[in-house]
Design a protein around this ligand. Structure first.
Ligand code: PMP
Length: 348
């Protein structure tokens, strides 16, 4: 009989935001604005070419990203979503039993991908809905190979500031990879939330993770990437499943990068709506931590399931985390209005 790895037996499955026809989809942290206008038409043209394999080195995309960030192309590695790049980074540095540190709760793929890579997850409790970087630095041991810093943090939406991030990086030994996951960067206030590439990009152990799934509106095409020291990026590339980033995904990402003004405009709309939603929820007496992402976090603890059911009854799908809270993606203004009306009528 084939024996599967026992370390995977207890692994929780990744729970994606539910999709139900005819409801407002506020569970998946996607952009509500659809694909960028310059991307749609070109993809239809390109679809005819998919009988051929994509460019495995994703050269055009890598060059475009290198120009976008002002770094050498050697420092970029792309993957089928930044989730895949997370896994690749783990495979690049984790030996069986090595420790991987992250705040908890955070992005639910971290423990799953850590276990798949054979590592041991070390979860450091959050403090006031945010990463406790002091406690995370203290959790680093001689067995630690990688630390995820999710900034802003999913699902609690808060972000750490420049001083805290720099102090943290100073405390972590340089044989430990610090992966700053900036999936929600475009929604963060640049005056309050550091761009890790600008702040720490020169360090030999810092990797910045970005995605096209959120502000760039390409969640369904699966493209993400990291900017890393060249040697680490080269190893990450070796861990990639051949051709994992499809031809359409590569093209769409290059086109989307060229639509920076529209991306910024849409992100600003989401940020404005986030402010409105936060204020209204607080006026209803709900606790809402200050969000730097495209979602808000309601730490409803034991009421999370009931609140989620109430929203679903009103055709709005939100994302519960049992016993902890509910994450609500900022949608279109009318979707947010529907959600706010439901929040107002909850136990009302
Ligand atoms: N990092 C964080 C913090 C996320 O929330 C997500 C998506 N939920 C990802 C990475 C992965 O996104 P993708 O694989 O779509 O790029």
């Amino acid at each position: 009989m084939v024996r599967v790895r026992s370390s995977l037996a207890q692994l929780p499955a990744y729970v994606p935001g539910r999709k139900l026809p005819g409801t407002a989809a506020l569970a998946g942290n996607e952009s509500p604005y659809g694909m960028l206008p310059g991307v749609v038409a070109r993809l239809a043209e390109l679809a005819g070419g998919v009988s051929r394999y994509p460019d495995m080195s994703a050269a055009c995309l890598v060059d475009a990203l290198a120009r976008h960030h002002g770094v050498e192309p050697e420092r970029i590695a792309v993957g089928a979503g930044s989730s895949e790049v997370c896994g690749q980074l783990l495979h690049a540095v984790v030996h069986p039993g090595d420790e991987v540190v992250f705040g908890w709760r955070s992005f639910e793929a971290y423990p799953i991908l850590t276990a798949v890579a054979g590592g041991t997850a070390v979860r450091v409790p959050l403090r006031e809905h945010g990463l406790d970087l002091d406690a995370m630095a203290a959790a680093v041991t001689a067995r630690t190979r990688l630390v995820f810093v999710c900034n802003p943090n999913n699902p609690t939406s808060t972000a750490v500031g420049e001083r805290a991030l720099r102090d943290f990086a100073d405390r972590v030994p340089d044989d430990v990879l610090i992966v700053v996951d900036e999936a929600y960067r475009e929604y963060a206030d640049p005056a309050r939330v550091p761009d890790a590439l600008g702040l720490l990009g020169d360090r030999p152990n810092v990797v910045v993770l970005r995605t096209f799934s959120k502000a760039y509106g390409l969640a369904g095409l699966r493209v993400g990437y990291c900017v890393a020291p060249a040697e680490i990026a080269a190893t990450v590339r070796k861990t990639q499943v051949p051709f994992s980033v499809s031809a359409l995904a590569q093209e769409a990402a290059v086109l989307a990068l060229g639509e920076g003004a529209e991306v910024a405009r849409r992100a600003a709309l989401t940020v404005a709506e986030r402010g409105r939603v936060t204020e209204r929820l607080r006026a209803l007496g709900l606790e809402v931590p200050a969000s730097q992402a495209n979602f808000v976090w309601l730490p409803l603890a034991g009421d999370s399931a009931e609140f989620t059911r109430h929203c679903l009854d009103g055709n709005v799908v939100v994302r519960p985390f049992a016993g902890e809270g509910v994450r609500v993606t900022i949608g279109l203004p009318e979707e947010n209005d529907t959600f706010l009306a439901l929040a107002a009528s909850w136990r009302g």
